[in-house]
Design a protein. Sequence first.
Length: 88
Amino acid sequence: MGLESIISDIEISLNLEKDAEIVYKSIKPEVLTAPSQRSKLNIKRDKKKILFKIIAEDSHAYRASLNSILRWVIISLDILKLMKRGDI
C-alpha cells in the first residue's frame, strides 16, 4: 500500500450475539476471497459486533470495498429476517 492509503475500521452492532455470529459466518468467505489488488479487507467478530478493516490504495478502491461490505451485510440481515419469520 502506498503512502496515501485509506484505512478504515467499521463496526456493525447487532442486538443478539447469535445474529452477529450468523451474519459473520455468512460474510466471512466473501471478505476472505474478495478479489482486489488495490484494497484489503479483514473481518472479526466480538460478541454482538462485526468488525471490518479496509485498507485501500485510493478512494475508488475504498468505495468499492465499502459498498461490498454494506451489500453483504444488508443481504445477510434480510435473509436472517426472513428465516426468523419462517418465510424460508
